[in-house]
Design a protein around this ligand. Structure first.
Ligand SMILES: [Mg+2]
Length: 466
């Protein structure tokens, strides 16, 4: 059966009111818990001995404001206005913008809020509602005096990283023994081995995404260890439902003579996943595939576990700590190598306000033209994780056989952007499945759309933007 082609505008983005959707489930059951987590975290920090009295006092108001968001969600309040109770039941409504918290993005947010029309927490476009929730949390912190640069998710990020100890040590050992010590990555006479190494390293970066903290509640520790371990990575190739790894390799082989081969990685999560991303960046450099790698972080705490600038130094602090990672044999060799890439400017980091807007990437050419141009000039742009994938595909309810190129909209055909998505499937959208019979087989194997949602299936989707 040929792939379905559809006009991007005909495909609805998923709403939190959609029966049976991950969107609805997330909005109804997870959002309030995430907010409660921030309340508890602030509380825990505020009682620490070294916190001064003013900061402690302010934490109370912050906790109340956070709990108010939680209440709004639980009571399915409107996102865009408040009801004013007048006399004789003459209720009226007032548009409720985000308060000015001194950040330059507030105006754009409020424009978007005004444009979105009537909607409530459990009846809104999922992508918008979820981004809005994280911006609301940040608004409270930005408006505070003593908590402005506080990362309300740091505690969670750190505690999860510790749990991936075995996988971190295993990957460090593999990297040193296979990539660094053997020179295999650059050995011209070993084409097939080089390709296999590329597949393996790409899969490390892919499955590293399975530890997304915002979905951790659904995975047991055993699950995580299986996903992170080498044997599971090999087995998991069969769970990649759109696998363009060969096409990426062909593109990279065809273009080795390009002088400037800067690869951009638009990151997802801190901790274990970020470790695998830095390892992947190091591999791309060591193998001569990239001449430089640029990592894109979020500007402020986002979707619980996303990398923000302070997570970069935090990664190295953790890796250096023998309390966190007692197996030092390979880590002590690996860490100086990784640090060197940063110090030499071979790996750089950057951030852009566009990543923390509610806009899908279909809107990048109009809303963030400078960023779009930068990505057009990149040798390869790698988007990590579920949220980036949702944004690439407009969080649309596309038929699963829609081509990746089609679902990318303005970032697809003739965009000039070489886009690789490495994403474990954890939401409602998934495109690029080659045939309907494959979709049918997946539905049989993992019923109830589990293969689109449970993080055990994935895509490695590539488009050259030609
Ligand atoms: Mg994330």
């Amino acid at each position: 059966m040929p792939s379905v082609t559809m006009n991007a505008q005909e495909v609805r983005p998923v709403w939190t009111s959609e029966q049976g959707s991950m969107a609805k489930q997330t909005a109804e059951t997870r959002w309030a818990k995430i907010i409660q987590g921030t309340v508890d975290d602030i509380g825990e920090t505020a009682v620490a001995e070294d916190v001064d009295d003013q900061k402690r006092a302010e934490s109370i108001a912050i906790q109340i404001a956070l709990k108010n968001i939680k209440k709004e969600i639980e009571q399915n309040k409107p996102l865009t206005y408040v009801l004013l109770h007048g006399p004789k039941r003459m209720n009226s409504r007032r548009f409720r913008p985000l308060q000015d918290d001194g950040k330059p993005d507030i105006q754009a947010w409020n424009k978007q809020l005004a444009a979105i029309g009537e909607c409530s927490w459990i009846n809104c476009p999922w992508l918008f509602g979820e981004c809005y929730m994280y911006r609301r949390i940040q608004m409270i912190l930005n408006s505070s005096k003593h908590w402005q640069n506080y990362d309300v998710f740091k505690r969670q990020k750190d505690s999860t990283f510790v749990k991936s100890r075995a996988a971190v040590e295993e990957l460090a050992s593999r990297y040193i023994q296979i990539v660094a010590d053997t020179g295999l990555a650059q050995n011209e006479s070993k084409e097939e081995a080089k390709k296999l190494l590329f597949i393996e390293m790409t899969e490390v970066a892919l499955w590293g995404n399975a530890t997304d903290l915002s979905l951790l509640a659904n995975l047991t520790l055993e699950d995580l260890q299986n996903l992170q371990g080498h044997a599971a990575i090999q087995k998991s190739q069969r769970n990649i439902v759109d696998n363009d790894t060969n096409d990426v390799w062909t593109y990279l082989q065809r273009t080795t003579s390009h002088a400037n081969r800067q690869i951009d990685i638009v990151l997802d999560n801190a901790g274990f996943e970020f470790f695998t991303d830095v390892l992947y960046a190091a591999y791309l450099l060591d193998a001569g595939i990239a001449t430089s790698v640029r990592l894109h972080t979020k500007e402020f705490p986002w979707f619980v576990s996303d990398v923000i600038p302070s997570d970069i130094e935090s990664l190295f602090e953790h890796l250096d700590s023998s309390e966190f990672f007692p197996g030092r044999k390979y880590l002590d060799k690996l860490i100086p190598r990784l640090r060197k890439f940063f110090q030499a400017g071979a790996i750089t980091t950057t951030t852009d306000p566009f990543w923390t807007t509610p806009f899908s990437f279909h809107e990048m050419p109009s809303k963030a033209p400078a960023l779009f141009k930068e990505l057009q000039n990149s040798y390869l742009v790698i988007f990590k994780g579920d949220l980036n994938y949702r944004k690439l595909t407009r969080d649309g309810l596309w038929p699963h056989t829609t081509t990746y190129e089609e679902a990318l909209g303005p970032l697809g055909k003739q965009s000039g952007v070489k886009i690789l998505a490495l994403r474990t499937n954890k939401s409602d959208v998934c495109v690029g499945v080659p045939t309907q019979s494959k979709v049918d087989a997946l539905n049989e194997e993992a019923p109830g759309s589990a293969w689109v949602r449970n993080g055990k299936y994935a895509v490695v989707s590539f488009n050259e933007g030609q």
